[in-house]
Structure formats: C-alpha cells, structure tokens
Design a protein around this ligand. Sequence first.
Ligand code: CA
Length: 239
Amino acid sequence: MNHHDTPPDTILIVEDEPKIARLVADYLEGNGFATRHLDHGDAVLPWLEHAREDNAAPDLVLLDLMLPGTDGLTLCREIRQRWPRLPVIMLTARVEEVDRLLGLELGADDYICKPFSPREVVARVKAVLRRSRAALAPATTTGSDLVLDDDGWRALADGQDLGLTAVEFQLLRVMMHAPGRIFSRDQLMDHMYRDHRIVSERTVDSHIKKLRKKIGEVWPEREIIRSVYGVGYKYQPEE
Ligand code: CA
C-alpha cells in the first residue's frame, strides 16, 4: 500500500524482454509498488550492492531465468548467499523447468511460469512479501535447546549451526511455532510455495528428510520432527 508516510515497496524486475518488463512494471505500479528494471544479468549484483549502500535496496526481486550475461540460476544463488532476507521470485519459461529448479534448491521464494498474467504476478509478489515479513517478525524462536535465528536464517541445536537451506529453515520454523500440531504436506506446501500444482508431496518429503538428517547429525538420539503415518509431520521436542 502506498500511504504518504510509508514509502512504497520497491520491486526490482530483472527481465530482458522489454515488453514483459513494461507490462509487469505497469501493473505493480498500478498496485502501489515502486519498480526498478534491469535487462542484463551482469548488472544485477553490482546494482544491488550500490542500492544497499544507498539505503535503496529493493524489497523483492522478480528474476527471469534466461538472461544475457549472468543467468538467473547463478544470480538467485548469489542473492541468497549475500542477502538472505531479500525475497526472490523466479520467472521461468516452462512449467517442467520448475521441478528442476526446486531440485537445485536455489532458495527462491516462488516461481512463476511464462506466459503469466500480470495480475498473477502482483498477487504472488504480495503473498511472498507477506510471508517473508511474517517469517521475520520475531527475532528468535526457541524450542528447548533448538534456537531459530531469523536474522541469519539459521537454526542452532545446542549452539551448533545446522546449515539449513532456506526451505528447510522455513519448514522447521512453521512446525516449531506449533509444537505437537500435525501439519499435512499440503499445509506445509502452503507455507513454502503458493502454487500447489507445481510442487509434489514428495518434494516436501525430501526437504523434511534432509532437515531430519541435519538435526540427526547433532542429536542422533532425538527425533524432534516426527512423521505421522498417512497425515504429515509434527514438531515434538519432548517425549
Ligand atoms: Ca529472458
């Protein structure tokens, strides 16, 4: 929302197709967002560095996969590493591409397939911003000796960094907020991605599996993420 006392959220659009960039920018601006546009992959990281220094960092990046210069995959990884709290929505040309992207665990917050309606883009942008802000609200979440550091997207078990990916961190975070509550795979997917059609339940299972493995490396005796047969998963710190 664009009130005069709060600056509008700024969306960086990285897209080499001028028509698409213009269309998306128009819709976002019509919905109260400010936009910036880059059309070359090589320009993105230096631009973000400068924006950060000038205190003009964007609130979200819409990132095309196929770009001249540095490609979207590389950029997404770099952004995740250097600015872990900056949400990224990837724009891809094909639905089939999304499964592969998810497998690569780039840490993008959402994926939108071309061709898309600009209205869909606005809805996704709003949803991702809402979600990432909700996820960052409290500074730390504690479950006995497991601590989530929201600023650094880290989970510490007995002070030891579990080295979680963004998706694993989110999954753990969602479950830790309601200990003992059983989450279906569907509900967990809701917290991960907006578009159910493109994420299979197996994707959730494989992220959970990796999450449990990482916790198990620190606490081999404890099983704090439990699977509930036929239903889903829950966080259960105590017996
Ligand atoms: Ca392109």
